[in-house]
Write a protein that binds this ligand. Structure first.
Ligand code: HEM
Length: 362
């Protein structure tokens, strides 16, 4: 076995200079300190993304993207195809876990202040990845063509339609017409399996290339300790030490994912009927609830402006500021640090409270 492995290595080395390619990996180190565990969240998000690609390809073998067949094909996957129910359940659970870990990774990066110079673009590419993950969730939710998904998509795209100037055009573009119909399903399918995966793969590659180029950051508190006492500095080799730890984290994530998918299989519900009345209390996926609830609480008219419009404009502005956050935290900036950590705590608290509130509200 050992002989075979070294033969393959030598063979590759003669043809591609394999050893030279692996050189940076062999000499790469990762800082080791009491907060190191937080740095596994990016890797776990990456693992869940890979699970999405693999299970998504398997689902594609049976799924049919038309209003007449989508629901039936998903029903066929869950009831007839060997382990089809498990693959669909893993895909749905992993989508939700991935959005959760991407949020957790983002907030940990924020509080450990890992976005600082020279990692501004790593942050920006990360925010784009988070938006893409939300896009995957929104487009994928409609694909089984069940009642809940149909009406949630109607509500979601209605909100897009409220945006000033481009709102109506964007809504028609998303729906493939004035209403949610079979054309919307075909379009969402295209976004979900071609457009978004293409952009996301390029973004993940860019994000990882930046992380690889810059190395993992050290939180300011640990940096200060190591500056005061250089002997306290600890690093571990990336390969095999950090790599094997990362594999353990992925293995734990796989365990959690497998248990959730097997013990709480994802429901299918009833087939969508465009002519039926909307069921009461229709809500979007949990990661959109904080925005949904905010828009519901804003009065219909704020002075003479439409309330929902003000809410959407506020979210748009906040999203833009959030994307550009690292650029406000410059060395020596007067308000930089405190303002940013405060904004992070506020955003986390606001999103959590509003999500719980929306969950319980009628
Ligand atoms: C699909 C989504 C994402 C994937 C697959 C991903 C993956 C990763 C991985 C594997 C790392 C290296 C390990 C680590 O530091 O955790 C990393 C680092 C980083 N990520 Fe992400 N990430 C994603 C989303 C985000 C988001 C939403 C943000 C922030 C807005 C972000 C910002 C960063 C930054 C600044 C680093 C550098 C950390 C450092 O050097 O200490 N990422 N990401």
């Amino acid at each position: 076995m050992r002989f075979a492995a070294s033969y393959v290595r030598d063979w590759l080395d003669e043809r591609f200079g394999w050893e030279e390619l692996l050189y940076p990996l062999r000499h790469k180190t990762v800082p080791l300190h009491r907060l190191s565990y937080w740095y596994f969240l990016g890797g776990i998000t990456l693992f869940l993304f890979i699970v999405q690609v693999c299970t998504g390809i398997l689902l594609l073998l049976y799924y049919r993207p038309s209003a007449n067949e989508a629901f039936e094909s998903v029903k066929y996957i869950t009831t007839q195809v060997q382990f089809g129910w498990l693959i669909r359940s893993v895909h749905s659970w992993s989508a939700n876990l991935m959005v959760f870990t991407a949020f957790a990774h983002m907030f940990s990066v924020l509080f450990l202040r890992a976005y600082r110079k020279p990692r501004e673009l790593t942050w920006v590419s990360g925010v784009v990845l988070l938006f893409l993950a939300l896009g995957f969730g929104f487009s994928g939710y409609l694909l089984p063509w069940n009642t809940l998904a149909f009406f949630a998509t109607k509500v979601g795209t209605d909100m897009v339609g409220q945006m000033p100037v481009i709102g109506h055009y964007l809504m028609v573009f998303l729906r493939g017409g004035e209403d949610v119909s079979g054309a919307t399903l075909t379009r969402f399918f295209g976004f979900h399996v071609a457009l978004l995966p293409g952009i996301a793969t390029m973004m993940v590659a860019l994000h990882l290339a930046l992380v690889q180029r810059q190395g993992i950051s050290v939180p300011p508190a640990v940096e200060a300790e190591w500056k005061a006492n250089p002997a306290a500095r600890r690093d571990m080799p990336f390969f095999p030490n950090f790599f094997l730890r990362e594999m353990i984290a992925w293995y734990v994530a796989l365990g959690v994912l497998g248990a959730l998918a097997a013990l709480a299989p994802w429901e299918l519900g009833a087939k969508a009927d465009a002519f039926a009345p909307a069921p009461a209390g229709i809500k979007p996926e949990w990661y959109f609830l904080f925005m949904f609830q905010t828009l519901k609480l804003i009065p219909a008219k704020l002075w003479f402006i439409d309330g929902e419009l003000v809410g959407l404009a506020a979210f748009g502005g906040a999203g833009l500021l959030w994307t550009l956050l690292p650029f406000f935290d410059r060395e020596g900036a007067r308000f930089g640090r405190k303002w940013i950590v405060g904004a992070g705590i506020f955003a986390l608290a606001y999103m959590s409270v509003m999500t719980v509130y929306a969950y319980w509200a009628k």
